[in-house]
Ligand binder design. Structure first.
Ligand code: ADP
Ligand code: MG
Length: 377
């Protein structure tokens, strides 16, 4: 099931910078991208998020003009991408492989695209300095690439992609190889720089956290198809389908047959128990249809006894099968009573005050029907 209903809602009155229209890409009969369509307004930061092999790089390469779509068309500022060769397009790029010149200094690397584009030689040093300052590398201008840390090299690559002031910045997992702390720092850097310059940006990643943190808009892809195109919080709160619900966040899935429907509220039988859920797809739920309920781990309240969860609409018990102490939270895995094969994940966000339950102990779990986002199978 795909739903792009939210994609068409205008989120900006700015001119469209990138327009992708019904784009397919087929390699020897294999469809890597199927019917991709979206518009991106000027100055926005879009992230294309999806698992490995979902078609993200293929879509980005078509936008860059490295690859011609098998069908459909892509426009940048209203001009078809296919009309100009790659080096004539005003696009800055940073990939996982930075492709910096190791024998040159940081400043020489940043100056390179300006020389290529025949900028007035008198203006180059000032501009290089401005962009090195932007990425906070001013003091490192004369260091050679191999004398810089991984994070600093990343910054050189960003400055080099931006120094000629392109209309569009394309990023293909440039942070994937960095360790977690540096990656999270660089994510915030990307966001700061992008806001400062206002350059239209398309970023590709498989990291859901990165997508939520850096973007104005997130496109989720799976198997070559755009599953959702929405603001980050909307993607998280109202996923378009079970794939998106599972790809972003820690999500429990409970499938079963619908036994009662009342408007958007439904009851279905999962793991031998009646479950209340909220219909979260177009159309209406059908009696007898098989559906999947998606319940975020953080929406489950935990307690020692059922009595403590009287405020929750649904209360179940289960036996702890794993308890992982992560510092700021404990992650529990709890097998539902009466359905030992059904294990739910839930968090305790106050591990300082609360006792940690041990494997084999019984816990009570509670949640509300509206938090069980229910989709057709
Ligand atoms: N040049 C190519 N020839 C054949 N298959 C390709 C080519 N490029 C990509 N693919 C296939 O297309 C699918 C999507 O690839 P890609 O766009 O690189 O995914 P992602 O970037 O999301 O990991 C993969 O199954 C990949 O093997
Ligand atoms: Mg890729």
């Amino acid at each position: 099931m795909t739903s792009q209903a939210e994609a068409v809602a205008p989120r900006s009155s700015l001119p469209v910078a990138v327009s992708v229209q019904k784009v397919d890409m087929t390699f020897d009969g294999f469809q890597a991208v199927k019917g991709a369509s979206f518009d991106l307004a000027e100055g926005r930061f879009l992230t294309i998020l999806g698992p490995s092999g979902s078609g993200k790089t293929t879509l980005l390469r078509m936008i860059a003009g490295f690859q011609r779509p098998s069908a459909g068309e892509i426009f940048i500022n209203g001009v078809p991408v296919s009309a100009a060769p790659p080096h004539k397009r005003s696009i800055g790029m940073v990939f996982q492989k930075l492709a910096l010149f190791p024998h040159m200094t940081a400043a020489e690397n940043v100056a390179f695209p300006l020389k290529m584009r025949r900028f007035d030689a008198n203006t180059i040093p000032e501009r290089v300095k401005r962009y090195l300052d932007l990425v906070q590398l001013g003091p490192y201008a004369d260091r050679r690439i191999h004398q810089l840390s991984g994070g600093q090299q990343q910054r050189v690559a960003i400055a080099r992609a931006l120094v000629f002031e392109p209309d569009l910045l394309l990023l293909d997992e440039p942070l994937a190889a960095l360790d977690r702390k540096l990656r999270e720092e660089m994510q915030l850097e990307f966001r700061r720089i992008q806001r400062e310059l206002g350059v239209t940006t398309i970023n590709v990643t498989h990291d859901q956290r990165e997508a939520l943190v850096v973007s104005d808009e997130v496109i989720v892809m799976d198997k070559g198809v755009i599953q959702q195109n929405a603001a980050p919080a909307q993607t998280y709160r109202t996923p378009a389908n079970a794939f998106v619900a599972g790809f972003i966040g820690v999500t429990n899935f409970l499938s079963g047959k619908v036994v009662a429907v009342e408007g958007a509220n439904l009851t279905y039988e999962a793991a031998g128990e009646a479950m209340q859920g909220h219909w979260s797809a177009p159309g209406a739920p059908q009696l007898g249809a098989t559906v999947t309920g998606a319940l975020r781990a953080e929406q489950i309240r935990l307690a020692a006894s059922v009595a403590e969860l009287s405020a929750c609409q649904t209360v179940k018990t289960g036996v702890v099968t794993d308890a992982i102490f992560e510092g700021e939270r404990i992650v529990y895995e709890i097998a539902l009573t009466g359905a030992p094969g059904t294990v739910l994940r839930a968090f305790d966000h106050d591990p300082v005050t609360h006792k940690q339950f041990a494997i084999g102990e019984t816990m009570a779990m509670g949640w509300n029907a509206r938090d069980v986002l229910t989709f057709p199978n």
